[in-house]
Design a protein around this ligand. Structure first.
Ligand SMILES: *Cc1c(COP(=O)(O)O)cnc(C)c1O
Length: 366
């Protein structure tokens, strides 16, 4: 008997290339798209190590934990790094980026996270892209948590290195990711003597051995199961329509926000302005006399499948995350999450109105 995951025929180069083309269509890009066979940290790190070196002057925008990591990689490559750290309850503005360029005109690389699932904010990439383009810097974007939940348009926004992963709003696998790379970015990498070569992190290896060689032979054995899952996930998005998938995430975010306010119990949207809140996940602030991680643990006891988590690290006391992405971008998951949080807050003696939260979710969804 053949096993459904094993004993599969080899994944062909042709099929691999066709999956890359589908990702390019999803992003509406004419740039090279490479599928990278690892979780999104692989292309995120590979792109920084390829594009940045001792001559680089980088503006690194920190709106959550990933921005911190990018700054560490940039410094490790020898780049001079100017950080803008933005409080997690808001988004960075194009004006702040413009001011950073005015203060440091030699900036030639900008790293930005589009949406942060970990902190629940989303940044105005189109407006920031205009500033970056005006100044001629290379623009690096982590769109892992935004793709599928809101528009990601590397060509229209002038993004030179755009990284996506399928595991969030695309509802796909985690072990495979992709990056679109502009001609300018390839030129920067080729000119960088420190860019990884003959390395698992090397984007240039794939460019030379795969893309420029006509995509006829794969340089290494493909991550077959992840590729099949990615293909299925792209097919599903295409058949439902990307607009519909994004609308579900937008509705989930609006409904969670409205429902949390109606629930009461001292729960508040963590991100102050709805326009700065990411469609992929909603973060909530608990009142100071309860601990977020304990509320989440209690809520999950009633239903461990709910998409609830406490904030990471020091945020675990004050932040609850409702990860309404993928299959959980649905009214039932949102309503269930708020009902379970309501019950958990009530156990702490806080006054909540679960029925009102449910009505607010339904009204916001419609
Ligand atoms: C989720 C996410 C990633 C990928 O990280 P995981 O640890 O696999 O979840 C990268 N960047 C951002 C902004 C993310 O939200």
């Amino acid at each position: 008997m053949t096993h459904p995951f094993l004993d599969l025929p080899p994944l062909t180069a042709e099929r691999f290339a066709a999956i890359e083309d589908r990702v390019a269509r999803l992003l509406g890009t004419r740039q090279d798209v490479l599928i990278t066979q690892g979780e999104a940290l692989l292309p995120l790190e590979g792109a920084i190590r390829a594009a940045a070196g001792p001559g680089t002057v980088a503006l690194n925008v920190i709106t959550g934990p990933y921005g911190q990591t990018f700054g560490d990689w940039l410094r490790d490559c020898g780049a001079t790094v100017h950080d803008i750290a933005v409080p997690f309850h808001t988004a960075v503005t194009a004006g702040q980026v413009r001011e950073a360029f005015a203060a440091h005109p030699e900036i030639d690389f900008v790293s930005l996270v589009h949406a942060e699932a970990a902190t629940g904010n989303t940044n105005p990439v189109a407006e920031i892209g205009e500033v970056v383009r005006e100044r001629g810097a290379l623009f690096y974007l982590d769109a892992v948590a935004s793709v599928g939940a809101e528009p990601v348009l590397p060509d229209a926004w002038g993004v030179d290195l755009c990284v996506i992963g399928a595991q969030k709003a695309m509802g796909g696998p985690a072990g495979v990711s992709a990056i679109s790379v502009s001609e300018r970015a390839w030129a920067r990498m080729r000119a960088n003597p420190g860019a990884p070569r003959r390395s698992y992190l090397s984007l240039l290896d794939w460019k030379e051995r795969w893309t420029d060689a006509g995509r006829r032979a794969l340089p290494h054995a493909p991550a077959q199961l992840e590729m099949l899952a990615l293909e299925a996930c792209l097919e599903r998005i295409e058949s439902v329509g990307l607009e519909t998938v994004m609308a579900r995430h937008r509705s989930a975010a609006l409904a969670t926000r409205a429902g949390a306010v109606a629930l009461g119990g001292g729960l508040e949207p963590y991100v102050h302005e709805a326009a700065d809140a990411a469609p992929v996940a909603t973060t909530l602030r608990v009142p100071s006399d309860v601990v977020a991680s304990e509320v989440v643990a209690r809520a999950l006891r009633s239903d461990p499948a709910l998409p609830l988590a406490a904030g990471g690290g020091t945020l675990s006391r004050e932040m609850i995350r409702v990860n309404h992405y993928g299959a959980d971008a649905a009214p039932g998951a949102v309503r269930g999450s708020l009902a379970a949080l309501g019950a958990a807050l009530a156990e702490s003696g806080l006054s909540v109105d679960v029925a009102s939260a449910g009505r607010a979710v339904d009204a916001a969804w419609a």
